[in-house]
Design a protein around this ligand. Structure first.
Ligand code: BG6
Length: 453
């Protein structure tokens, strides 16, 4: 049995949910320059009350949203946009009134444009300071209502390819490893400072580290494959969790920096902040597992590129259209390893399966049996982690359970139990329609995970 008070819910980011990119005093973020459905997303800015009602009806008692930096501080630093704070306060009030615990995430890849252009995003220490100032403003305004906090969405992604884009920094030409690792360090410092601030000022609030956890399997039992998988997993999945749990970088990491001759700009004061931080839980997103073959990895591949260089298909797992390998057993193993290795309660705050879907023209609902089976198997695997492996798990949040655009900004890949009609014109534009999985989630959540039939 899952414990009483277990948190069940949904998770989104602001650029994928809020829309209203040029309303309410919001400043520009780097998403101004990215193609995609960002302008209106699913118009959560105007429709959150209706969506919160749907989530309450689905039996949810927790919702993770993002407080967009450029909505609260339009230039990224200095001036505060009160209208932005009022919006997030109203959202939190509405959730609480409907019996849903709000959880706020402070950064999900949408760097304020001014900080990206003038300072190169999180490649710069100036932006670390600006982020901490923004976090303090958001926390001071919302902590009386919001007890659950996350600093960075998927913090481990700042240590692998793609880091520059999500950190609001320019991609370097040539060897990008030193820049990526500097960004990862700067982000860790920002995380530690915000964790310390919250604990010192709001002791009844909880804050966690958050990573995208994708277990990496060896393609065979060849020891070379096993070692490659271990190394890829360390650098893509573990380094942030290990550091957050111990308050210091793990030895495999510092040894690697030495071996590569990479000298990061890190000060004693920064390392003291990292040593002092106490995370209350280890949050993570889980969608799939990966698999690597040592033979595919060229000699001398930098650690940040290992996972992508060695990637092969795992013949034992089915995958969705985008090749994301479905692996509930990997979910059980991830929960248990994170809990044991970090000594922190585990909290999966994103899980789900992306699928191409269309609203049937005859007015019937989307029959998303594949989604029911994905979540059933993953919730069962989580129950096994709790009941058989003794793991402490705080809750389970699905990703985008009311449809939102995918991270690429396209609207073909959906995760929801509620269909959002992007295509309709007029009054029906962005209307919400429960899919078949809606009733299944309601039963699963309201029975605290007992009824998964
Ligand atoms: C997570 C991100 O990595 O995965 C989300 O936090 C993203 O922003 C989600 O939407 C699913 O990925 P995608 O690419 O299918 O939208």
């Amino acid at each position: 049995m899952l414990p009483k008070g277990f948190l069940w819910g949904n998770s989104v980011s602001s650029m994928q949910y809020d829309g209203a990119q040029h309303e309410g005093g919001k400043g520009p973020s780097v998403y101004e320059n990215y193609e995609g459905a960002w302008e209106e997303a699913v118009d959560g800015y105007h429709r959150f009350h209706e969506d919160n009602e749907l989530m309450a009806e689905m039996g949810m008692n927790c919702y993770r949203f993002q407080t967009s930096w450029s909505r609260i501080m339009p230039e990224g630093e200095g001036r505060v946009n009160q209208e932005g704070l009022v919006y997030y306060e109203a959202l939190a009030d509405d959730l609480i009134a409907q019996g849903i615990e709000p959880m706020a995430c402070l950064y999900h890849f949408d760097m304020p444009l001014a900080l990206a252009e003038e300072y190169d995003g999180f490649a710069s220490k100036h932006v670390v300071d600006a982020f901490v100032e923004f976090a303090k403003v958001a926390i001071d305004a919302l902590a009386p209502k919001v007890k659950w906090w996350i600093t960075f969405n998927e913090q481990n992604l700042y240590g692998i390819p793609g880091a520059c884009r999500i950190a609001g920094a320019a991609d370097p030409v040539g060897n990008d490893e030193p820049k990526i690792l500097q960004i990862a360090h700067n982000v860790m410092v920002a995380h530690a400072r915000v964790v310390n601030y919250l604990h010192e000022n709001y002791p009844d609030c909880k804050i966690g580290v958050m990573c995208a956890f994708t277990p990496v399997y060896p393609a065979t039992s060849d020891p070379a494959d096993v070692l490659a998988a271990t190394e890829a997993e360390r650098f893509s999945d573990w380094v942030v969790l290990d550091t957050a749990a111990r308050g210091a970088y793990p030895v495999y990491y510092t040894a690697y920096l030495r071996r590569q001759g990479i000298e990061l700009e890190m000060t004693a004061a920064e390392m003291a902040d990292i040593a002092r931080m106490r995370n209350d839980f280890a949050a993570f997103s889980y969608y799939r597992s990966d698999c690597v073959s040592a033979a595919k990895i060229p000699e001398g591949t930098p650690a940040v590129h290992l996972g992508e260089a060695g990637m092969v298909k795992n013949e034992h797992c089915e995958a969705n259209e985008w090749g994301w390998q479905i692996d509930p057993a990997g979910f059980r193993r991830s929960l248990s390893e994170i809990y044991e290795r970090c000594g922190l309660p585990a909290f999966p705050i994103e899980n789900g399966i992306g699928w191409r879907e269309e609203l049937p023209a005859d007015g019937t609902m989307v029959e998303d049996d594949y989604r029911i089976s994905y979540h059933r198997d993953h919730i069962q695997a989580m129950k096994d982690a709790v009941e058989k492996d003794g793991v402490q798990v705080m809750g389970y949040l699905g990703w985008g359970l009311i449809d939102i655009p995918a991270s690429s900004g396209t609207i073909v890949k959906r995760y929801g139990a509620v269909y959002v009609d992007y295509d309709a014109e007029g009054e029906k534009h962005l209307a919400r329609y429960p899919k078949k999985s809606f009733a299944w989630f309601k039963k699963a959540f309201e029975s605290n995970g007992e009824d998964l039939a």
